[in-house]
Design a protein around this ligand. Sequence first.
Ligand code: ADP
Ligand code: MG
Length: 246
Amino acid sequence: MISLTDIHKSFGDNHVLKGVSIVVPEGGVTALIGASGSGKSTLLRCANLLEIPQSGEVRIDDAVIEFTPGGKVGRKDLLPLRRKTGMVFQNFQLFPHLTALENVMEGLLVVLNWPQEQARQRALELLDKVGMTAKADAWPSSLSGGQQQRVAIARALAPAPKVLLCDEPTSALDPQLAGEVVEVLSQLAREGTTMLMATHDLRLAAKIATNVVFLQDGEVVEAGPVRQVFGAPKDERTKRFITTLT
Ligand code: ADP
Ligand code: MG
């Protein structure tokens, strides 16, 4: 069970998330759609606690944290939850001083204290999964954007997270390179990887999502199975958003 409940997040007096509640079904792909500035990235960052909400509950499996205004949550409290997530960023954010293989191994070695050889085996398996075995020893700067993103996906999957969080995973890529990343994400979706993915690419959402959440101005306007939200949206605002983008 993965859920965010009644999440409020402000930056100064900018109230960005205004009581957002979402459920991310296990084994499915939930697409988070909405205009730029609607709060998609902030919500993803609250899901892995890169941002700390002022109030609300974040639950992944048996790890739950309830945030209250003025309540104190220490770094130690965040770790069990954070470790159940993997994050893929728009701009890949690979470690530039590590090879592709080392990028995938890094979290296993440093965060989880895996032995070197075991981490290497796991990393090689994941590079194979994303079709990057041949580039295991390459530096990020020598890889195309699509290749870097595939390595970043392997890195995010390395600790076997309960949920893969993807923030606009294809929007920094031209269509051809985006295509190879979409292929990897589709394969993961078919395998039943639980994903929460912010995207303004409605075609990507339609292709791999099982569920859609439409966010506007920090509020959930509509959420449901992809066929319902895209095929028969209930809210006028959803209808308008979908037609302006297709
Ligand atoms: P989206 O991903 O849907 O485009 P974001 O979550 O990035 O939206 O941003 C939502 C709002 O939150 C914007 O007004 C943005 O300026 C603000 N915001 C996001 N992150 C920060 C931050 N670290 N500091 C201040 N304001 C932020
Ligand atoms: Mg964003």
